[in-house]
Write a protein that binds this ligand. Structure first.
Ligand SMILES: Nc1ncnc2c1ncn2[C@@H]1O[C@H](COP(=O)(O)OP(=O)(O)OP(=O)(O)O)[C@@H](O)[C@H]1O
Ligand SMILES: [Mg+2]
Length: 259
């Protein structure tokens, strides 16, 4: 009897490409997201990180390739049904409903309606009590005391925490975070890093996009690097940031910006 166990990845992308006309935003990306690990994606601006998350969450149509969740192809699944599969995400730009307070925005996650946020009526009937998943998400993201505030009354960093709370209130099997700590200070970032690692220790598979290299080194178990839509390196965070191709990708872009 074999003692080797090969675990099924939570998510697999096979040779995935997304083109916008002539722009090859994602080109031939193959990756596996393993259970109980925090995966990171780094890469210069415009390298295709958000487009890849859009493809994985079915918001952006694939030009080519295959997507599998827990070993099953899911290309036919609509973006609005991804919550039902157990896939939660936060967006690069905050997408909270302005007419709902913090508690009700987070309740949307618990209702597994994240994919339908844009279709919800503005004046959704409010619940008399919040569900336990919402109370737990509020506690874990340090939002106690902010429950009755509306998004416009919150700092950008706090709005981002509400987004994260909404995603974890869904109790997902896979959490995708696109620059969740943008607009946060160093100590707020450290708190989010701690939260993501706690969720990882509870078994939650994650994919995190961040520009802050220190945050990636502190948080991720495994990192993918992208440039011009392609994967150029993968491995431990420390090895990937040292990779000559990765260093060149950042320096090359910087040089061009400065030119
Ligand atoms: N809807 C779209 N239509 C046309 N081009 C797009 C679209 N979305 C993204 N792109 C282009 O695809 C490329 C990859 O963009 P993407 O937003 O995925 O990069 P990114 O790595 O997330 O960048 P950043 O770090 O700035 O967030 C860019 O050239 C971008 O202009
Ligand atoms: Mg992006």
């Amino acid at each position: 009897m074999s003692t080797t166990t090969v675990s099924t990845p939570v998510l697999e992308a096979r040779d995935v490409s997304v083109h916008f006309g002539g722009i090859k935003a994602v080109e031939g990306v193959t990756l596996r997201l393993e259970p109980g690990l925090i995966h990171g994606i780094i890469g210069p601006n415009g390298s295709g990180k958000s487009t890849l998350i859009g493809a994985i969450t079915r918001l952006t149509p694939l030009t080519h390739g295959e997507l599998l969740f827990a070993g099953e192809p899911y290309q036919g699944t609509r973006a609005s049904a991804m919550a039902g599969l157990g896939v939660a995400r936060t967006f690069q730009t905050v997408r909270l409903l302005p007419d709902l307070n913090v508690r009700d925005n987070i309740q949307l996650g618990a209702d597994a309606r994240l994919g339908e946020v844009e279709q919800l009526p503005w004046h959704r009937r409010l619940r008399p009590t919040e569900s336990p998943a919402v109370a737990e998400a509020i506690r874990r993201t340090g939002l106690d005391g902010w429950e009755d505030y509306f998004p416009s009354e919150l700092s950008y960093g706090t709005q981002r925490r509400v987004e994260i709370a909404r995603a974890i209130a869904m109790d997902p099997r896979l959490l995708l975070l696109d620059e969740p700590t943008a607009g946060m200070n160093q100590s707020e970032r450290a708190e989010i890093s701690r939260l993501l690692r706690d969720l990882r220790d509870e078994g939650l598979c994650q994919l995190l996009v961040e520009h802050d290299v220190q945050m990636m080194l502190d948080t991720c178990d495994y990192v993918f690097a992208m440039n011009f839509g392609k994967l150029i390196a993968e491995g431990t965070p420390a090895a990937v940031v040292q990779d000559p191709l990765v260093q060149e990708a950042y320096l090359g872009r910087k040089g061009r910006h400065n030119a």
